[in-house]
Write a protein that binds this ligand. Structure first.
Ligand SMILES: NC(=O)c1ccc[n+]([C@@H]2O[C@H](COP(=O)([O-])OP(=O)(O)OC[C@H]3O[C@@H](n4cnc5c(N)ncnc54)[C@H](OP(=O)(O)O)[C@@H]3O)[C@@H](O)[C@H]2O)c1
Length: 273
């Protein structure tokens, strides 16, 4: 997948941070996603001014109904879908537990569950477009899921919520890679870079130590790098293959997460792979 000319990619959370740089550098037709219409349209204008092709799709991933609307909008705007980058996310800042429109713990909902549902809704189109790639932008910040309290009603902290949601993305990646064997669709996940200079890092009061360009390079490596051809279910620490938290390799824990995620998203049998 070295040249992305003629290919279509959706980058969630590309109105800001590293997602924005990825959208600008991909070289495919990009479906820019975020919540803010004006910022989305400005990015589309910039990409077009640079000779690229882009369109903006707005959706709040804190609502599963909106995730479904986003999937419908993607299908209405393209008849092929070569690259899906689940990048949108909320950081660890904030001591108070918050919930999504559906009543789920907010970071679990936005950082993980929305991408889970979006991926399955778009999978038929992605499979038709194979060879295709899915990238889940996770983090080195990972915490094992306590299945007795996934919604973190006890002992909440923003860091715990963030790290749990990021490990859930990694577990989903490994699981989905197995399901997609032989389809020509690969799915990989990564920690893009440590403390990039982005809104979520600034909000957490942390001094940035990496650039968004470094993170974008790592994401683009998984999205289109030739070295990833045929390689799936992997976790990368920036540009290097690495080991994630040990729960990621626990098949029983992954099966529990998959069953819970299907239940919480109301994914119907016909929508499953
Ligand atoms: N920054 C780091 O050092 C770092 C390290 C490890 C992993 N990561 C991961 O990298 C990804 C991007 O992070 P970033 O640092 O670039 O973050 P960022 O600058 O804060 O950007 C986050 C993006 O996600 C979107 N988003 C947030 N909540 C949303 C919602 N409810 N619905 C729809 N879109 C929503 C934002 O859209 P709006 O413009 O509408 O707010 C924005 O486009 C995240 O998954 C993060 O966990 C980042």
């Amino acid at each position: 997948m070295s040249s992305l000319k003629g290919k279509t990619a959706l980058v969630t959370g590309s109105t800001d941070g590293v997602g924005r740089v990825v959208a600008e550098q991909l070289g495919a037709r990009v479906l820019v996603h975020g919540r803010d219409q004006t910022r989305g349209e400005n990015i589309v204008r910039d990409i077009r001014a640079g000779g690229g092709t882009a369109d903006f799709l707005a959706a709040d991933l804190a609502s599963l109904a909106d995730v479904r609307r986003l999937a419908d909008a993607v299908r209405a705007s393209t008849n092929r879908h070569d690259i899906l980058i689940n990048n949108a996310g909320i950081g660890s800042a904030g001591a108070a537990r918050q919930t999504s429109a559906d009543g789920h713990e907010l970071r679990f909902a936005v950082n993980y569950l929305a991408g889970f549902l979006l991926t399955y809704l778009l999978l038929p189109l992605i499979k038709q477009s194979a060879p295709a790639r899915i990238v889940n932008v996770a983090s080195a910040g990972q915490q094992a899921i306590d299945f007795s309290d996934v919604m973190l009603t006890r002992g909440y902290s923003g860091t715990r919520a963030y790290c749990q949601s990021k490990l859930a993305q990694i577990m989903f990646t490994i699981d989905l890679a197995r399901e997609l064997e032989g389809t020509g669709v690969i799915v990989n996940t990564l920690h893009p870079s440590t403390y990039m200079n982005t809104t979520m890092v600034r909000r957490a009061g942390v001094t940035p130590i990496s650039t968004v360009e470094q993170g974008a390079e790592a994401i683009l490596n998984l999205a289109s790098g030739p070295a990833l051809e045929g390689r799936s279910g992997l976790y990368f620490n920036v540009l290097r293959e690495a080991r994630a938290d040990r729960q990621a390799y626990d098949a029983e824990a992954r099966a529990r997460l998959r069953a819970l995620s299907r239940e919480l998203t109301g994914l119907r049998a016909a929508e499953k792979v």
